[in-house]
Design a protein around this ligand. Structure first.
Ligand code: F6P
Length: 369
């Protein structure tokens, strides 16, 4: 009996999602004689039973398309916005899975999706995931698709920002995505030759950055590029965050504490504040560029298409073998099935002694410390 697979994309859109859908779909149809159906807009579409046909026709000409043909959302099965309330819709989702007579559900997403997939596994569903995000912060995989494309976009942006920096003798502060991890800012900062790279993993001292910029001026380079990850914070803010978390943890003993995630506006406020401080401390003009969702847009890079395709075909192979409850991780030129229990809830951040950090320091980049 041919297996029937459901597939959805969840969380932020990312280059390579359609390449991954194509990889899973073409292998399932052509190699293993399976059938596949898409669910729209992440877990919400599964909860609402909104589907999209995925036959050979729909899987053609999507390899190079940005975004996701299925649509996506950040909705979680156990905290689904319904009628203005957050409701646990896990049982409805499990019911739709069975009503559609699915043999397996493929979830393409980042860290949050791995957690949501584990919950569905615990409900007895056959789930299998692929690691997607431009942040590259999913544990136990060499890489996530989306990262390489975003790296290229952010690097190109830094290349272009050098023009204004050296023409106007300015500090250009460029804010780069990555949520709580610094991979994108670190990689693009190195590739783009940023003079300063600030990442969440190394809380920065503004004075240290200013000294580095003033030193460049003294050496006849009165301009600097500061690549700042959106999650990067000063030493003082880091200490305040730690204290708040601790206080929040204490509250948890009594009642549920909501430790606020910094929304995009808070990122921008920090970036503006940093630019103003550097202007005051160096005497140079500063300008800000926030790359935002440009980093998720457009045609996926060759590396992301290759990664997404090989993860997708490996996923179809695992389904054919009846192996579920795993994420298909990239390992060297191959893949490895890692248990969702080992991935969910973990964020892969940049280790302080990571070779990329050493390399940045060795070419004279200031890391804010
Ligand atoms: O997780 C990918 C990501 O682009 C993060 O880098 C960023 O902080 C977040 O998504 C933005 O989320 P949204 O697209 O919902 O604004």
């Amino acid at each position: 009996m041919a297996k029937y697979i459901g597939i959805l994309t969840s969380g932020g859109d990312s280059p390579g999602l359609n390449a991954a859908i194509r990889g899973v779909g073409k292998a399932a149809l052509n190699q293993y004689g399976m059938q596949i159906v898409g669910f729209r807009d992440g877990f919400r579409g599964l909860m609402e039973n909104r589907t999209m046909r995925l036959d050979a026709g729909e899987l053609s000409d999507i390899l190079t398309r940005g975004g996701t043909i299925l649509g996506t959302s950040r909705d979680k099965p156990h905290r689904m916005p319904v009628g203005g309330k957050l409701l646990d819709m896990t049982d409805v989702i499990a019911g739709n899975y069975h009503d559609n007579h699915l043999d397996a559900l493929v979830c393409l997403g980042g860290g949050g999706t791995q957690k949501n997939a584990l919950r569905l596994k615990e409900k007895g569903l056959n789930v299998i995931t692929l690691p997607k995000t431009i942040d590259n912060d999913v544990a136990l995989t060499d890489a996530t698709f989306g990262f390489d494309t975003a790296l290229g976009i952010a690097t190109d942006a830094i290349d272009r920002l050098h023009s204004t920096a050296h023409s106007h003798h300015r500090i250009i502060v460029v804010e780069i995505m990555g949520h709580r991890a610094g991979w994108l800012a670190l990689g693009a900062g190195i590739a783009g030759g940023a003079d300063v790279i600030l990442i969440p993993e190394i809380p920065y001292a503004v004075e240290s950055v200013a000294v580095a910029i003033r030193e460049r001026s003294r050496r006849g380079k009165p301009f600097s590029i500061v690549a700042v990850a959106e999650g990067a914070v000063s030493v003082q803010e880091h200490e305040e965050q730690q204290a708040k978390k601790k206080a929040g943890a204490k509250q948890k003993e009594g009642k549920k504490a909501e430790v606020e995630d910094a929304p995009e506006t808070q990122y921008a406020e920090r970036t503006v504040r940093l630019a103003k401080q550097l202007e005051q401390l160096t005497g140079l003009e500063a300008r800000i560029t926030i790359l935002g969702h440009l980093q998720r847009g457009g045609i996926p890079s060759a590396a992301d298409r290759l990664l997404a395709t090989r993860l997708g075909t490996a996923c179809a192979e695992l389904i054919d073998q009846g192996r579920y409850g795993v994420m298909v991780a990239a390992r060297g030129d191959g893949t490895k099935a890692v248990k969702l229990e080992d991935v969910a809830g973990k964020v892969k951040t940049v280790p302080p002694d990571h070779p990329w950090i050493l390399s940045a320091r060795h070419v004279g980049t200031n890391m804010g410390d």
